[in-house]
Structures are given as structure tokens and as C-alpha cells.
Design a protein around this ligand. Structure first.
Ligand SMILES: [Zn+2]
Length: 403
């Protein structure tokens, strides 16, 4: 049995104790080390286990990879053994512990606010490295007024620096604030936000609500017929605010607009972009018409059809298809169009009129070898990419298809 120092004093982050056993095994690492007493929290109630080190007296630090309870013992899983009876200094990863104490205590506050102010039950909890999630019993998403009310009340409780105390489960003081009926008569821990909320819990918490520092709403989604709310809590909330401030600062400079007009300015930019895209579409269509007109003047008769070959500098696949469609719509036409719009991977298209009994299969290999290309398709269109460094010309294409 190990003394659970993490319950006696959750702020204790270094301690000394003696190794009582060390044996191979464990869920992580190769060894399970037990101590007379430990401040390492072994995980539970949605709160992950601590990490850190055990340093034998006069020796080097041994990393604690995971911690868990096995019966009444707290087991520290390590990559190295430590001989029984060795005096060790336990050092807990402070940033990790404080992060999860803030997440956990913040979750208590939020669940309490939702229950006592709005009669909303908490169904499940996930404490994460970036944000924490609370699934609540609610068929509909929360509206903005309710969200603001929860966020404001939670931060008011933080500012009020209310003691977070461990109570006896039968304590009369806690009875009036119990959020959930106790399912067991065993001696379990009751965590009370003094005078406001009490609930059975085996985690480690900040001793004052002010230890949580800040709670910010981060979004919601429907899940399993309920709602999952997301919150950014503690130091993470400050980091999030700082990150967003940099983004807003960048955007205000980029759009030359104050923060309050940013959304409107971005919408205006989107509208301009959409108008430009429409204009570009019209211009491209006209350009395709011009290309088709120009191409029409230089078709050559081959075996009952008229063959057109063209190599362009700046058309993409859609443009090539547009030109090819304009040509082949006239009947008995074959259009072989290439564009140098890129290096390797530039597009080509071969299109024929529906009435044109053209057999591409018989010349496919010769054509692809000529243009250093690849691709395929089926009557009446084939397409792919080619390599402009092959130096192929429009006449070269004509010879390939016209012979
Ligand atoms: Zn708790």
C-alpha cells in the first residue's frame, strides 16, 4: 500500500520516499516501482496520470513513463530498475500536472454552472492537451445567450477564488450542493466548490477556483443525440488569446480595417473575388472563341475529316476542352491541341466530332511517344499530359495524325 500524497497535498510536486518493491512488468516501460508514499497521480476520472522522474540518492534520474494503481499500490512504470529500500526523490512534470489540474477543476466549475444555473447534466468529460470537452444532456445546440451566461458565471467563480475542498461524503455542509446522488455507501471523496457544488471525484484539483485562471468557450457539436461543448481552460486560454491576437493584428494590417470591421471587409473581398472570377470566366470564353476562330482557318483535309493541330502557351485543360468542343461541334472534325502551360505535366487533348469514326487506339503509342506524354480516354475525347521539352510542332502533330 502506498501513501497517496497527491490527495493530501495536490500542490506537492517533489517528494522523497523509499522504494518498497521493483519488479519487471507494467503497461509501459519495463519495471514497476512501488514507493512507501507517492505524489504521482495515477490517473482516473478523465484526468491522465502524471509523468516525471524518480532519482535514487546519489544516482541518475529515472524517467517515469506512466503511473497506475494496482490494488492499493501506486505503480511507477520505468525503463530502469531501482533497488528496493533505495531512497528516491520524485519530481513530477509540473507543467503537465498544472495543465490537467486546471482542466479538471475548470470542468468541475463548468459542469456545476451548467447544472445549478441551467439544469443541464454533464454526461461525459474529456480533458485534452489543447482543449477540454464536456458532453451535456441537451437535444439542441446551446444558443449564444446561454453560452455567454455559462462562460461569464464560470469566470466569476474563478475570480471569486472559492476554496475547492475535499469533504467527507456524509458531510452535512456538502449535502445541499451534491450534484449527483452517491451510488455507493463506501467512503469516497467528495470535491466541493465551497458553498456552490459538490460531487464525488477521485482526481486532483486546484485548491482555489482562481487556480483555473480563465475559461473560454471553444465551440460545440451534436453527438449521440446530445451536445459536446468544448472549452479552453487555464494557461491554454491565455495562449489561445495571444495566438488569436497575432492573427487579428495580421488581418487588420492586411485589410487596413479595424478589428470590428474585419468580417465585413473580408466579405467584401470575397464578393470582389467572386466578381473577378465571373469576369475571368467571360474573358476565357471569349479567348477560347478567338482561338477556335483562328484554328478554323487552318484545318486540313484528312480521310474525310478536317484535322486541326494547335500548340498554345497558356491554356489550361478546361480552356483546351472549350476550344476543342467549339471545333468538333461542327462535325467531321479532329482537333489535337496541346498547351505549354507547365513543364512536365502540361495538358493535351484530342477531340473528334461524334460523327467522326476516328480510331485513336491504332496510333496512341506513336502519338504519346512523339509528345513524351501519357493519358487516355474514349471516343470522342482523349486527354493527358505531355513534355514540352520534346520540341514537337503543329506540323509534326499534323504529320502524325494526317499520315
Ligand atoms: Zn474532480
Amino acid at each position: 500500500m502506498s501513501d497517496k500524497l497527491y490527495y493530501a497535498d495536490p500542490s506537492l510536486l517533489t517528494f522523497t520516499s523509499r522504494v518498497t518493491s521493483c519488479r519487471p512488468g507494467g503497461t509501459k516501460g519495463s519495471w514497476a516501482v512501488e514507493l512507501e508514499a507517492s505524489a504521482f497521480y495515477p490517473g482516473g476520472g478523465g484526468q491522465p496520470a502524471d509523468k516525471g522522474t524518480l532519482t535514487p540518492e546519489g544516482g541518475s534520474a529515472v524517467e517515469v513513463l506512466d503511473v497506475a494503481t494496482e490494488g492499493a499500490a501506486v505503480c511507477h512504470y520505468t525503463g530502469h530498475s531501482i533497488a528496493p529500500d533505495t531512497l528516491v526523490t520524485g519530481t513530477i512534470d509540473t507543467a503537465r500536472r498544472l495543465h490537467y489540474m486546471q482542466q479538471h477543476t475548470g470542468q468541475h466549475i463548468l459542469s456545476a454552472v451548467m447544472y445549478h444555473e441551467l439544469n443541464i447534466d454533464t454526461l461525459s468529460v474529456h480533458l485534452g492537451s489543447d482543449y477540454s470537452a464536456i458532453e451535456i444532456h441537451s437535444p439542441e445546440l446551446l444558443d449564444d445567450t446561454v453560452i455567454r451566461r455559462i462562460e461569464d458565471k464560470a469566470n466569476e467563480i474563478i475570480r471569486s477564488s472559492i476554496p475547492v475542498k475535499q469533504r467527507n461524503p456524509r458531510s452535512a455542509e456538502s449535502a445541499g450542493f451534491l450534484r449527483r446522488e452517491l451510488k455507493t455507501t463506501e467512503d469516497i471523496r467528495i470535491i466541493e466548490i465551497e458553498g456552490y457544488d459538490a460531487v464525488g471525484c477521485g482526481g486532483v484539483h486546484c485548491s482555489l477556483t482562481s487556480g483555473v485562471e480563465l475559461i473560454l468557450w471553444a465551440g460545440q457539436e451534436k453527438i449521440r443525440g446530445n451536445v459536446r461543448t468544448k472549452w479552453i481552460i487555464g494557461q491554454k486560454a491565455f495562449e489561445d488569446v495571444r495566438e488569436k491576437r497575432i492573427i487579428v493584428h495580421t488581418l487588420t494590417a492586411r485589410y487596413s480595417a479595424p478589428q470590428t470591421s474585419l468580417v465585413q471587409r473580408m466579405e467584401e473581398e470575397d464578393q470582389k473575388k467572386a466578381a473577378l472570377a465571373r469576369e475571368l470566366g467571360i474573358v476565357k470564353k471569349r479567348y477560347a472563341d478567338l482561338c477556335a476562330c483562328e484554328l478554323n482557318r487552318r484545318g486540313r483535309q484528312v480521310a474525310g475529316s478536317i484535322l486541326y493541330t494547335g500548340i498554345y502557351g497558356d491554356l489550361d485543360m478546361n480552356d483546351l476542352r472549350e476550344v476543342a468542343n467549339l471545333i468538333t461541334a461542327q462535325g467531321s472534325r479532329i482537333a489535337v491541341l496541346l498547351s505549354r502551360s507547365g513543364d512536365k505535366g502540361s495538358p493535351w487533348i484530342l477531340a473528334v466530332s461524334h460523327d467522326c469514326p476516328f480510331d485513336f487506339a491504332g496510333m496512341k503509342d506513336r502519338f504519346l511517344a512523339l509528345i513524351g506524354g501519357k493519358g487516355g480516354g474514349r471516343h470522342p475525347q482523349w486527354q493527358g499530359s505531355w513534355d514540352p521539352s520534346t520540341g514537337i510542332t503543329e506540323d509534326g502533330l499534323f504529320t502524325c495524325f494526317g499520315s
